[in-house]
Design a protein around this ligand. Sequence first.
Ligand code: CA
Length: 250
Amino acid sequence: MTVAYRWAGITDTGKSRTENQDSVYPEGLGEGSSGVIAVADGLGGHPGGDIASRCAVDAIADAPDGTDGAGLVGAAHDRIIARIAEALGERSELIAMATTLTLAVLTPDEPIEVAHVGDSRAYLANGSNIVQVTDDHTHGMDRVVAGELSLEEAQRDPDWHVMSNWLGFESYRVATYRVPVEPGDRLLLCTDGLTNMLADDRIAEILAEGTVERSAAALVDAANDAGGVDNITVVVVDVLEAERAPGPAT
Ligand code: CA
């Protein structure tokens, strides 16, 4: 099926933090039959989280058209490692800078491709149905995905949500997903500043209402109303029917 897209990206500092270490790509509204969207969450507690997440989205912006999801993550990784090398000697604390990265490559022919490192998330929604596309790369979820523990068992470990995989270190792994979509679907990319504040059901409710820009703004507002303890970043994407090319004259 041939489809098109309309998207809205917002990043917000939230109510507790003084600095926004998240980055979004692209910020604001856009539409087209193809494109790349991304969220990156610079790791708090690591100096330069804001620089790492900014490097990731800048590398995506600069990548040639047609680069696949793993290629885009690789470009982001290379940019961060180069920035760390540049900083050595001058700001050596930046050696620890790190970020998550979750992106989607939107193409006129589905399925779309999601590429993911860390604990930001992609969701696919239709009406009140919502499915989390990505697995969180945390010590607990890794063991759940491997079949070693149930989710309940994993959640008993106080460190279960500690991240196990991120960009900013030589070794990382990219998870890629091929996601079939159809007109009427909504894709959401978001950082944990949203998902730690709102349950999936609440996210689905808000996602089911209004245009992409209203829905994205409403998600950020709801996370802030719920406490806004972290930076909040969302990209909401509508999957649309592609406009038919004019047929031959009769
Ligand atoms: Ca965060």
